[in-house]
Every structure is written in structure tokens, then in C-alpha cells.
Design a protein around this ligand. Structure first.
Ligand code: ADP
Length: 543
């Protein structure tokens, strides 16, 4: 065993191989001695058999420990049950057992997720299936080896196999999850955090108190209140996940052993108590794994939502900043042309330059306001609502697009019928929505053949402000309506395909709705609630 230093088990626990080997044999013998209660029909068949769990855990760390597993089985035979009369049979039976444990470990290695112990319900189902089938194989192998040599049980062979099967299965179901958790670095860290929490100590106190209630009475009918022991295990699993489940089940099992050892019960009672214990443990494991899975799913969702919001924000900023940056570039070009122009007096030149640089400053301010408000919107989902006069805002946005409309040969018609009505909104964000809708309408109208026209309408409708942006372009088909508001590849050269999804998010954060009507000619509508309060208000939408 020269390669023992590279043993994964020792790598995981950080202990030298000989320490692991020595600790394993010591605990194995101790467990065998503690669990050697009421042997069945003269064989090593006890109602509760936890040692296989230890052997399987060791073999899961490294299959080359098989010789030690066999040696520990032999040593236990001699130390706990005395020197066997038939050496060969004992050697064969223990070798067969060691091999069946190795098979269980192998099956678990190939079926269970190895990145995290008992990570999913699927793992738990496989774990239980392998334990139940493996324990049955061990039982058949062990009992039949003795039976073939003429040293079989004094009573029914089938009953002996069933007893062995249940004893091994119960022992593994209860102890193996604890060992799997304890040997997994991630799970071990979670377990140590769990054991330091107040909740765990409260649960431990409750387990001790309930054990006293169940076993502390004289009437020997321990089943009467056994169901109470489900409570702390269920509590621990629901509150602390799998680490809570295994630690609470482990503590309950220790209490059960102490109770059984200090007040020996008839064989049948120990057997049934252990089956009940397995039920308690399985309940805890199922709940614990489900709770862990749900928490992991919630954490993944939170992570992907954060990522999606960051992506949306980046896309939104790029989308919104491209227009003012292009405008500023044009103003800079215009400034250069004005400086170089001949036939202009200095006063005229200064007046033109002041005008152009004023426009440039306006665009820079607008860009920085957009950056700030969009950042706030995507980070906290907040919109700062203030009463804003609708008519000047709409006129301003149309005005901003006037040059582009002229360049594209599109006529823009305004039909605003809200007078001096004020609506509570975040001006910067709603301006983003309006600019997007008008810019899209101009693009669509410009690509159309007939009279190129965009119409912006605003009116009150059913207690809401209704804004409609219509164009003479190709319009939107019913089939395209579904995907129109999802961020995706744009149909336009140079488009980003995120504008409408951002607009809808903003309008919905205001308590309104944004939609498109299908048909020839683009027709986009949005509503905003008309509130009467004059107070500024910060609205957080659920994101
Ligand atoms: P982008 O304009 O960058 O492509 P948008 O989210 O603003 O992103 O628009 C998504 C798509 O919706 C556009 O590519 C276009 O196909 C369609 N669309 C938007 N407005 C109109 C409109 N007025 N008429 C027809 N199609 C439109």
C-alpha cells in the first residue's frame, strides 16, 4: 500500500493514511461491540448493524482499503464473538461480506453526484435503493456461506436472511448519510456552521428531552410516544437542510442506543425501534434534501436575475447613449465648420458657437441623467414619480426627433388632447420610452413606400393617460407580436433589439401597460395611471 499517502480519503480529511486506518478499525470494533445486542439464532445477526456504513464510507474514499475492511470484519469476529471453531467458513463469510460492501461503494460511486454528498432527491433515491439491495446481497451471502458449511441458523434460513437484511439496511440508512456528509468538505463546512447555530442546540435539547419522555418511563412500551421523535428531526431538516437532518437523526440514534443498552429490551423491541429510527432518518433526509434543493434553486435564480438585470442595464445604456453621442459628434463637427467658415462676422460666429455648444451641453446632461436613472431603475427597480405636464414632454420628444424626421422625409403629426394635465411619472424614464417609440416609428415610416407619416396621439382613456404612436410603415404581424417585447436580435441594421423590452419594463414599473396593435402601419400604445397626489414618490417594482 505504498500509494496510501495519495488516498482520496486522506486527502479529503487531511489525515495520514495510517491514522484513518487505525481510526476506522477502532470505531468499527466499537460499533460492532455496541450493536451486538441479542444475536439471532447463534449467528452474528443483530437488530441493528451500523458497521457496514463505516466500511462502505471507507471504500468510497478508496477501494484499496478492501483488505482493511476484511481484516476488521475478522478482528471483530474474534474480539466480539470469540475465536471461531471453523476458521475457513469465517474467512470465507467475512471475505464475501467485504466484497459486498465494496460492491455497494462501487454502485454509489457510479450513481451518486460526487460534487456534493446527497445533493438531489434523485441521489437519495439511488442511495436508498443501493442500500436496500446491497444489504439484501450481504444477508444472502453471509447466511448462505454458513448454511453451505453446515453451520447455518438453527431456525428458518429465510428469516435469518430477512433479519440480517433489515439490520444492515437500517444501520446504513442511519449512519451512512452522516458519514457521507462528514467526509464531504463542502457538506462538512455546512455541518460545522449548522452545529454552531442556536437552532441546532435548541433542537438537540428538544431531542434529549423527548428521548427522556419516550424511554425514561418504566412501562416498557416505548412505542407509545416514539412518534414524538419525528418532531425535532423534521424541524431540523426544514430549518437547516441536510446537515440539520443528519445531525438530528444522528443524535437521536445515539440516544436510542444509550436507551437500549442501559435498559435491555426484548429482541423484537430493539428490532422494531431501529426500523422506526430508519423511518425517522428517511423522513429527515427527504425533507433536508428537498429544502437544500429549493434553496439552491432560489440562489441560482437570484444570481441569474442579477446577471440578467446587469445585461439589460448594459444593453439599455448602450441603446440610450448612442443617440446623444451621435448628436454630440455632429455638434462637434458643426463647431469645426463654423470656426472654419468664411463670410461670417465674429459676432455671428460666436452666436452660432454658443448655440451649438449649448445643444451639446444639453445632450451631455441628458445622457448623464439617462445613465443615472437607468442605473437606479435596474439596480433597485425604483422610479421617482413626480407630477409632470404631459403636453410639453411630448412636444419636447417630437421636437428632438424633428431633424431626423426631416432627413428621412417623414411628416410628424402631433394630436395631444390632454391640455395642462399632469401625470405622475419619472420624466427621464418616460422620455426614454417616448424616444424609442418615435424613433422606431420614424425608421418604419422611412422604409415604407407611400406617404411617410408618424402620428403621436395622447388622451385620457378610462382614467389613464393613453399615448399612441402610429406610423405608415409595414406594421407588425400577429405572429411577431409575441416576441416583439423580448430582448433579442434586431430586424434593423445597427439595431440592438432591446428598446421595446426596456420600454415595457419602465411603463410596467409605473403601473401602466405597453402593447402593439397588429395590422398594416405600426401602432404602439402605452398607458400611465393618472394620480392626483402632488408629492414626489419613489415606487419600487418587484424585481
Ligand atoms: P431595435 O429598434 O433596436 O431593433 P426595439 O426593441 O426597439 O429594438 O424593436 C424591436 C423590433 O420591433 C424591431 O427590430 C422591429 O422589427 C420591431 N418594431 C419596433 N417598432 C416598430 C414599428 N413602428 N413598426 C414595425 N416594426 C417595429
Amino acid at each position: 500500500m505504498s500509494a496510501l499517502g495519495a488516498d482520496p480519503a486522506s486527502a479529503r480529511t487531511g489525515s495520514p493514511a495510517w491514522v484513518i486506518g487505525f481510526a476506522y478499525v477502532t470505531v468499527f470494533l466499537l460499533l460492532d461491540w455496541v450493536s451486538y445486542i441479542r444475536p439471532f439464532q447463534g449467528l452474528n445477526i443483530t437488530p441493528w448493524n451500523p458497521q457496514p456504513a463505516l466500511a462502505v464510507a471507507l471504500l468510497l474514499g478508496n477501494a484499496r482499503w478492501l483488505w482493511l475492511v476484511w481484516l476488521s470484519l475478522l478482528t471483530a469476529e474474534i474480539a466480539v464473538r470469540g475465536v471461531p471453531s471453523e476458521w475457513f467458513v469465517t474467512l470465507a463469510a467475512t471475505a464475501a461480506l467485504a466484497l459486498s460492501y465494496a460492491a455497494i461503494a462501487r454502485a454509489m460511486q457510479s450513481r451518486l453526484d460526487r460534487s456534493l454528498a446527497l445533493a438531489r432527491r434523485r441521489d437519495l433515491i439511488w442511495f436508498t435503493g443501493i442500500v436496500v439491495a446491497g444489504a439484501l446481497v450481504s444477508g444472502i451471502v453471509y447466511v448462505c456461506t454458513f448454511a453451505v458449511a453446515g453451520l447455518g441458523p438453527s431456525g428458518s434460513l429465510l428469516e435469518a436472511v430477512v433479519r440480517y437484511w433489515v439490520g444492515d439496511a437500517v444501520g446504513m440508512v442511519v449512519l451512512l448519510p452522516i458519514l457521507l456528509v462528514a467526509t464531504d468538505p463542502l457538506r462538512r463546512a455546512a455541518l460545522s456552521v449548522t452545529m454552531k447555530s442556536w437552532d441546532w442546540w435548541l433542537i438537540a435539547l428538544l431531542i434529549s428531552a423527548l428521548l427522556a419522555v419516550v424511554f425514561g418511563r418504566d412501562d416498557r412500551d416505548h412505542f407509545k410516544f416514539f412518534y414524538l421523535l419525528f418532531l425535532p428531526v423534521v424541524w431540523a431538516s426544514a430549518r437547516l437542510g441536510l446537515p440539520g437532518a443528519v445531525s438530528a437523526a444522528g443524535l437521536t440514534q445515539v440516544g436510542l442506543i444509550i436507551a437500549v443498552q442501559s435498559a435491555p429490551n426484548p429482541d423484537l423491541t430493539v428490532f422494531e425501534l431501529q426500523v422506526l429510527m430508519a423511518a425517522v432518518t428517511m423522513t429527515g433526509l427527504l425533507l433536508g434534501v428537498a429544502v437544500d434543493e429549493r434553496e439552491r434553486a432560489a440562489a441560482e435564480l437570484r444570481g441569474s436575475l442579477r446577471l440578467a438585470a446587469a445585461g439589460q442595464m448594459a444593453a439599455a445604456l448602450a441603446h440610450e447613449l448612442s443617440q446623444p453621442l451621435t448628436a454630440m459628434n455632429s455638434y462637434a463637427d458643426a463647431s469645426r465648420l463654423i470656426v472654419a467658415a468664411t463670410g461670417m462676422s465674429d459676432e455671428q460666429r460666436l452666436a452660432r458657437l454658443a448655440d451649438v455648444s449649448g445643444r451639446m451641453a444639453d445632450d451631455a446632461l441628458r445622457a448623464s441623467a439617462v445613465v443615472k436613472r437607468l442605473r437606479d431603475f435596474f439596480r433597485t427597480g425604483s422610479t421617482q414619480l413626480r407630477p409632470v405636464a404631459v403636453t410639453p414632454l411630448l412636444n419636447e420628444v417630437v421636437e428632438m426627433n424633428a431633424r431626423r424626421a426631416v432627413a428621412l422625409g417623414v411628416r410628424v403629426v402631433c394630436d395631444i388632447d390632454v391640455g395642462t394635465r399632469e401625470v405622475r411619472m419619472d420624466t427621464v424614464q418616460i422620455a426614454v420610452v417616448l424616444r424609442n417609440l418615435v424613433a422606431n416609428a420614424l425608421d418604419a415610416a422611412a422604409s415604407g413606400q407611400q406617404s411617410r407619416q408618424v402620428r403621436v396621439r395622447a388622451r385620457e382613456h378610462k382614467g389613464m393617460l393613453l399615448v399612441e404612436v402610429q406610423d405608415s410603415g409595414g406594421g407588425v404581424t400577429t405572429a411577431r407580436l409575441q416576441s416583439l417585447f423580448e430582448a433579442g436580435p434586431s430586424d434593423k441594421p445597427g439595431g440592438m433589439g432591446v428598446g421595446l423590452s426596456i420600454c415595457r419594463a419602465i411603463v410596467e414599473a409605473h403601473g401602466g401597460a405597453l402593447w402593439a396593435e397588429p395590422g398594416p402601419g405600426g401602432h404602439f400604445c402605452f398607458t400611465l395611471p393618472i394620480g392626483d397626489s402632488k408629492d414626489p414618490e419613489v415606487l419600487q417594482h418587484a424585481s
